[in-house]
Ligand binder design. Structure first.
Ligand code: CMC
Length: 427
């Protein structure tokens, strides 16, 4: 790279000067948009680990230092002081709301909580064993059938509010369906978080008081999951949205992308792994050794991250919160102790040290969800509820980016070269 902010590339004897973009935190990107038109070559970056697919003003991560900020605010400040709806406002509109804006936003999030009554019929069609992630993804896509596709700024904004407000209703309904209980409707005198807990845990004709420890733990969990820049599901949302798909269709694709165990599905996988270790006599070294064995593809779920090569700041906050919340709720979960001991053994092991593998956000979140009474197969749905404002912010940013084009990568073809058609009898 030269002093003048240009990078030089030589390919097949041809020199190309590439502009360099520097972000507000000093991150450097070599702009290769003229590479193919001028040389015919493309870059090859499987898994996109070195590729910046966009410029973004939403979330900043420094993986080496373990920093995470939404719109400039440190994640620990937000987790300690903000409410989840405030963070939704921050991510989507770019700034924290004023007091009147916060009240107006909260009211809209509450008023739009009901889903069209006809959508209840969809729930009936799923078998009781259906994973709540498939229901959530299908239901969010189905919102497109009930609420017209957005065109103007106002319509887009209304659909954003609808999505934020209704997703929690759909999530809670999917849980009620799985346990065979009647749906509980949201109420206009309850806040966003209270309504979610009410719809999850209340039963008809019985009063339901929201436990403030549970409410505040939920607030923290949702905030910590609210955005994480260009991860697998967010990239999916931006990609689907770049083709002009509606908000609901794009976010539904994001929910599906999140489901995998290497991504949001890891929180469920962590609890299953901790349970397996517990039942197997809590031999932590055995499982750490298993990750190193060439004959096994076992990984410590909830460990490692593409970007963090240091502690994931979200995991630090959740580890502390797990102690505090379990204590306050009087829950004694052996899996918390197992998680802590496993972390200690792994972090002392050279395999994990050399590869800079630390606990990520999913390592302690499951223990908290369990203490709050949320069943294991709902964990990834909780992640999705938290991630909604981030997906929405990225969908909007992609849509409004100057000169935005459809996302369409290239490839290096490695298949057969041209060959003649072979008649059936000659094959
Ligand atoms: N346990 C054991 N070894 C691991 C682990 C792990 N959890 N994660 C990575 N490694 C090893 C990996 O085998 C590789 O070793 P080697 O260099 O000898 O081949 C090395 O560390 C680098 O890993 P990688 O697979 O190249 O890293 P990646 O950036 O492609 O994958 C990851 C990142 C998160 C998918 C991976 O660390 C992983 O599978 N972790 C477990 C699943 C998990 O917890 N996912 C949640 C991620 S955080 C929430 C979210 O944003 O979705």
């Amino acid at each position: 790279m030269s002093d003048h902010g240009k990078a030089k590339l030589q390919i097949d004897g041809k020199d190309l000067e590439l502009p360099v973009t520097v972000g507000s935190e000093g991150e450097v990107g070599v702009d290769i948009s003229r590479l193919r038109p001028e040389t015919g070559a493309i870059t090859l970056d499987p898994s996109l680990a070195n590729t910046g697919a966009c410029e973004s003003a939403i979330t900043y991560i420094d993986g080496e230092k373990g920093i995470l900020r939404y719109r400039g605010y440190d994640i620990s400040d937000l987790a300690m002081h903000a409410s989840f709806p405030e963070v939704c406002h921050l991510l989507i509109y770019g700034r924290l709301p004023t007091r009147p804006e916060r009240e107006g936003f909260r009211t809209r999030l509450t008023r739009h909580s009901l889903v069209h009554e006809d959508m209840k019929k969809f729930f009936e069609g799923f078998p009781p064993s259906a994973h709540p992630m498939v229901i959530l993804s299908a239901m969010i896509a189905s919102l497109s059938a009930f609420y017209p596709e957005e065109d103007t700024e106002e319509e887009i904004d209304l659909n954003i509010i609808r999505l934020l407000a209704k997703a929690k209703t759909l999530a809670a309904f999917s849980y009620k369906k799985s346990i065979g209980q009647p749906f509980i409707y949201p109420r206009n005198d309850r806040t966003y978080l209270e309504n979610f807990l009410l719809m999850m845990f209340a039963v008809p004709a019985e009063p339901y008081d929201v436990d403030q420890t549970v409410r505040s733990a939920l607030n923290k969990l949702l905030i910590l999951h609210a955005d994480h820049e260009q991860n697998c599901s967010t990239t999916t949302v931006r990609t689907v949205g770049s083709g002009g798909a509606s908000l609901f269709a794009s976010i539904s694709a994001g929910v599906s992308a999140l489901w995998g165990p290497l991504h949001g599905g890891a929180n469920q996988a962590v609890i299953e792994m901790l349970e397996q270790i517990r039942q197997d006599g809590s031999d932590f070294q055995k499982y750490v050794d298993l990750t190193k064995s060439k004959d096994s593809d076992f990984k410590l779920m909830g460990f490692g991250h593409r970007v963090y090569k240091n502690f994931d700041p979200r995991a630090r906050i959740l580890k502390e919160a797990a102690d505090e919340v379990l204590d306050k709720l009087g829950v004694d979960d052996p899996l918390l102790e197992i998680a802590k001991q496993l972390e200690e053994v792994a972090l002392a092991d050279s395999y994990f040290v050399e590869r800079k593998l630390y606990p990520n956000v999913d390592f302690y979140s499951g223990v908290l969800y369990r203490a709050m009474g949320i069943p294991t197969d709902m964990f990834t749905v909780m992640f999705a509820l938290g991630r909604l404002p981030g997906w929405i912010a990225h969908w909007l940013e992609q849509r409004n980016a100057p000169g935005a084009r459809i996302i369409r990568p290239r490839q290096i073809y490695t298949g057969e070269t041209a060959r003649p058609w072979e008649p059936l009898d000659e094959r």
